[in-house]
Design a protein around this ligand. Structure first.
Ligand code: MF3
Ligand code: CO
Ligand code: CO
Length: 276
């Protein structure tokens, strides 16, 4: 989510982070799994020639078939059911009728609401054969997400997540986007805590069992700066370098972390080994 928006949230909530119980974890498990299943379905459809609008239609149909709602549709005026961010688009790309092209990389971000609980996850996809530097960026970004996830445990802090992500990205000569962040969620889309993907002591929060949030690093091959296009949503890299993102919804447990949005089919990062 956008960091300015998160700042407003945090001020309103005075940094009070909701602590959720077993019932919430059960609801999040179901919403997270359905969200992951929607992304698994997309793995079987992304190829040269398909349009991002067709992918949007697939997810809205899947949601309807399973009694779920797409959280982004009409969220603050956003016009579609998913976000599709291609190549130098960092996030919040709007599905349209342009066919995907061989060599594109794209992020698809799905947020499903099931029985009131929000599951929020995104993955990168390869369209046909992609350049080696694009595949490397996707690998680095997935590794950043998983290192961030592994940094979650009660008694640690949100800055440990940022440190794990930033150190890996920069060691690989990539940069971490600053203008968007992970976010608390549950029965709402965006809540405290704000999860930065870099170290910033003024945002540090102690992690406690029962906290629910996303980790969703956006990593660029070039410089970290982004700008938002005139549609009010599409964020792109200022230097037009490639950008990648993966996102999981997680909960802090008594002993560590639970990931709600793992792929049931093992489609963790591209290339996905899909049976045709
Ligand atoms: N799913 C995005 C996130 O991870 C939010 C998309 S909001 C939209 O926070 F309005 F752009 F769709
Ligand atoms: Co999110
Ligand atoms: Co998302």
């Amino acid at each position: 989510m956008n960091l300015d928006e998160a700042d407003q949230l945090d001020r309103r909530r005075a940094n009070e982070v909701p602590i959720h119980g077993a019932e919430a974890f059960a609801g999040m498990r179901r919403a997270g799994r359905l969200t992951a299943e929607a992304l698994d379905l997309l793995c079987e459809h992304v190829r040269p020639g398909i349009t991002t609008q067709e992918l949007d239609d697939l997810v809205s149909g899947f949601a309807a078939d399973h009694g779920a709602f797409c959280a982004t549709l009409l969220y603050r005026g956003y016009p579609r059911s998913i976000c599709t961010s291609i190549n130098h688009v960092v996030c919040h790309g709007i599905p349209n009728d342009r066919p995907l092209r061989d060599g594109d990389i794209l992020n698809i971000d799905v947020t499903l609401i099931l029985d009131g609980w929000y599951g929020d996850s995104s993955r990168m996809f390869f369209v046909g054969e992609v350049p080696r530097k694009a595949a490397r960026l996707c690998d680095v970004t997935h590794e950043c997400l998983m290192r961030g996830v592994q940094a979650v445990a009660p008694g640690r802090t949100t800055n440990a997540i940022g440190a794990a992500i930033q150190s890996h990205a920069e060691r690989e000569r990539c940069s971490v986007v600053r203008d968007f962040c992970g976010h608390g969620l549950g029965r709402v889309f965006h809540d405290a805590p704000t999860i930065l993907h870099y170290v910033e002591p003024s945002y540090d929060v102690l992690l406690k069992p029962g906290m629910l949030f996303t980790i969703e690093p956006m990593i660029n091959l070039g410089r970290p700066q982004v700008k938002v296009l005139s549609d009010g949503w599409t964020a792109v890299t200022r230097d037009r370098s490639l950008s990648a993102q993966f996102e999981h919804t997680v909960g802090v447990t008594e002993t560590g972390v639970e990931v709600f949005t793992f792929s049931p089919k093992g489609y963790h990062r591209p290339p996905y080994d899909v049976r045709a």
